[in-house]
Every structure is written in C-alpha cells, then in structure tokens.
Design a protein around this ligand. Structure first.
Ligand SMILES: Nc1ncnc2c1ncn2[C@@H]1O[C@H](COP(=O)(O)OP(=O)(O)OP(=O)(O)O)[C@@H](O)[C@H]1O
Ligand SMILES: [Mg+2]
Length: 376
C-alpha cells in the first residue's frame, strides 16, 4: 500500500494542508503581477506553496505563465543567465521547435547556443558566450518582458534560494543590475524566496541594498496544530487506518509543527500501525526517528566550538537571561561577547533561527537529541 505521507518532495493535492491565506495571497500576487519575497527556514514548505499557487493562478488565467529557477547550486552570474533564459523560453513555448525558434528570435545581440537533450521531455538548453553576455546582459534580463509583450502574456519568474546571488563575484553590482532591469518590467513579476532568513533579510530590508522594498514580504510560518491534526486524521482514514486525537496532537507536538518532520513522524507512526495509531506508537516512532538521525547529529555537533555548545546547553535548559553573570558562570560561557558570537555563527550555519531577537532551534529533532542524548 502506498504510504499517505510525503517528505523531501513537493507536497501537492492531498499531501498539502493549510496555507489557505498564503495560497490566496500568492495567487492574487501572481495574477496582478506583484513582486513577492517569501522567507522561511528550510523545509517549511516554500516550494510546495509556490508550486500550488502557480498552478492555481495559471488555471484561472490562461495568459499567465510561471517559470521556476532554483539557485541552490548556482554560484556564478553566467549560470544564472543561462538558467533564466532557458526557463523563460521553456515556460512560454508549447513545443520545443517553438522554443528553439524563440531562442533565436528574441536575441538580437547575443547568439544563443542551443542544444536539445535526448530525454523524453525534450528539454532545450541554452547557453551563451560569457564574454558576450558580460557586454550585453540586458538581453537576458529583459527577455521575459520582451516575450510577454510580444505574445500578450503575463509572466511570473520564481527564483528559489535567491540569497545565493550574494555569493556571486561582485554581488552588489549584480543586484543593482538586476533590480534596475526588473523594476521596469510591466508584464513580468518576480517571486523571490529563500531559506537563509538573515541573508534574505539583508538583501530585502537593508535600505542600502538594491533590492530594498522590491516587493511584498511574506514570512511563512509552521503549520498550526489544528490543521496538522485534521490532516493526520484524514490521511490515516484514507488508507483504512485511524489515529487517536491524543496521538495526532502528539505528532504535532514532537515535530514542533515543523512541516517536514510532521509528515515524516506521521509516516513512521503510520507504518507501525495496524488498525489504530496510539500515543504509544507515536513515541516509538519518535525514538526511532531520533535514532535514525543521531549519526548525522553527531557529525553536526562535532563541528561546533565548546563555547557554542555551552550556549546551546543554556538555550535548551530554557534559560531566560543567558547573559547574566550567574547563568554564564553556570554554563561556562566566557563573556557576553561569546554569546553574541556563538549565536551569530549558529544562525549562520542554520542551527538556530533568529526571528526578531527570538532565538529557536531550526531542527526540533536535533534540539531533542541534544537535550536527551548529548547533554544528559
Ligand atoms: N502545505 C503543506 N502541507 C503538508 N506538508 C507540507 C506542506 N508544505 C510542506 N510540507 C512538508 O514539508 C516538506 C518540505 O516542503 P518544501 O520542499 O515545500 O519546503 P521548502 O521550504 O521549499 O524546503 P527547502 O528549504 O528544503 O527548499 C514537504 O516534503 C512536506 O513533507
Ligand atoms: Mg524548496
């Protein structure tokens, strides 16, 4: 029997829950071509949300095209330009012949190198001579607007892991260039999202940065307990099993409402269930999950400094005023500066999330592992 939960993949249809308001807002933004910036820690559901909104928006508006670019492993301007051109052309062409024709037609100064891969999707890949692009980046940056105007379309360009552009050579100049082109587009909107809160905030909320006030900011939250509970009940019922209310609440609690872990823990509980899933089964599944991840957690922990670990220990114990002399002494923290430094480093490497001064663990299972295994 197919398991009713997914994790590590985009959640769609029955696997997608909640996000009603966010979906409606995003669909409206796409249709009205309003630039949007979405920020949330990793695995909270950005891609799933954007994917759903894009589908709905296109269903409701036949002139709308949404294309997706993921900068996850893009480290150069060059790579960015070829992806942008490729995706825009693919999203606005119905057949590959048309894609090739468009690739030739819409460039006047740049000469695209086109190759068609052998896979069944017939994906067209487009490349340029890097020196030419450096001279004329405008053609690529304005491509979507040009195609939209000529074909009477509206285009939304979604860029995932957008914060990666700050790792390009000369990021300031590149951002200025992007913004100066993109802000003039009348038929194209941009949806830029990423999981490094501190880097995204720097790009979009620092008044000295080119992308300051570029669009509406959306902070994606975790999924609220009532939605998760209803979701677990429904998915268990779909497969002829059931779950007690207590057990459903327990999954939400142990996963700390983290969307990815909620699905993973639900899956492990479901696999252990014959008829009805109880709290006892969920506890077992949770222990198994912690066990499964412990090797990974050991590796992560080995990369931390002693002062960072002291700070994490104080956090886990729920200390409110860590910088008080007494607390610092108790946890062997050397100074208030050490706290600031540890916190900054732990936020930077995605262990902690700092939401307007409120510090929390990004990974609830790691926090549990530290508390019950490592610090005990
Ligand atoms: N609306 C949702 N309903 C149910 N589960 C969800 C939802 N959104 C996300 N999830 C769960 O979280 C997982 C991660 O979702 P997704 O890949 O969309 O997040 P992301 O923020 O884009 O992650 P990453 O930072 O890794 O790119 C999904 O595989 C799914 O298990
Ligand atoms: Mg994603």
């Amino acid at each position: 029997m197919e398991t009713p939960f997914v994790f590590g993949k985009i959640a769609t249809e029955k696997n997608f829950t909640d996000r009603i308001e966010e979906t409606a807002t995003l669909v409206a933004h796409f249709q009205s071509l309003i630039n949007t910036i979405i920020i949330s820690p990793r695995r909270w559901g950005k891609s799933s949300l954007v994917n759903k909104a894009a589908r709905l928006a296109m269903e409701q508006d036949e002139r709308l095209r949404v294309c997706h670019i993921d900068l996850f492993n893009v480290r150069s301007e060059e790579h960015f330009y070829s992806l942008l051109a490729q995706r825009v052309i693919a999203a606005t062409s119905t057949r590959w012949e048309e894609a090739v024709e468009n690739a030739k037609r819409f460039f006047t100064r740049l000469v695209p190198k086109i190759s068609i891969s052998a896979d069944p999707m017939n994906e067209v890949s487009i490349d340029f001579d890097w020196d030419d692009v450096k001279q004329n980046p405008d053609e690529v940056l304005d491509l979507a607007e040009k195609i939209a105007c000529e074909k009477g379309l509206k285009i939304v360009v979604c860029v995932d892991e957008f914060q990666n552009i700050s790792e390009f050579t000369n990021p300031g100049y590149f951002q200025k260039k992007l913004r100066s082109h993109w802000q003039q587009h009348q038929h194209v909107a941009y949806c830029l999202y990423g999981s490094k809160r501190h880097m995204m905030l720097e790009v979009f909320t620092d008044s000295s940065m080119p992308f300051y006030k570029f669009g509406n900011l959306m902070f994606l939250e975790k999924i609220a307990t009532p939605h998760l509970v209803a979701f677990f009940h429904a998915r268990f019922a779909d497969t002829g099993k059931s779950i007690t209310d207590e057990a459903a609440h327990l999954i939400a609690l142990l996963a700390d409402n983290h969307p990815y872990y909620a699905q993973q823990l639900a899956q492990l509980s479901w696999l252990r269930t014959q008829g009805e899933c109880t709290a006892e089964v969920v506890h077992e599944a949770h222990e198994a999950l912690v066990e499964q991840l412990s090797l990974l957690f050991v590796t992560v922990t080995e990369t931390l400094t002693t002062q960072q670990l002291c700070y994490l220990k104080a956090l886990i114990a729920g200390e409110k005023s860590i910088s008080s002399t007494e607390t610092m002494h108790r946890y062997r923290i050397s100074s208030p500066t050490s706290i600031t430094r540890s916190r900054a480093a732990l936020v930077k490497n995605d262990i902690l999330d700092n939401k307007a001064g409120e510090v929390s663990f990004q990974d609830p299972i790691y926090a549990y592992w530290l508390k019950t295994r490592y610090f005990r």
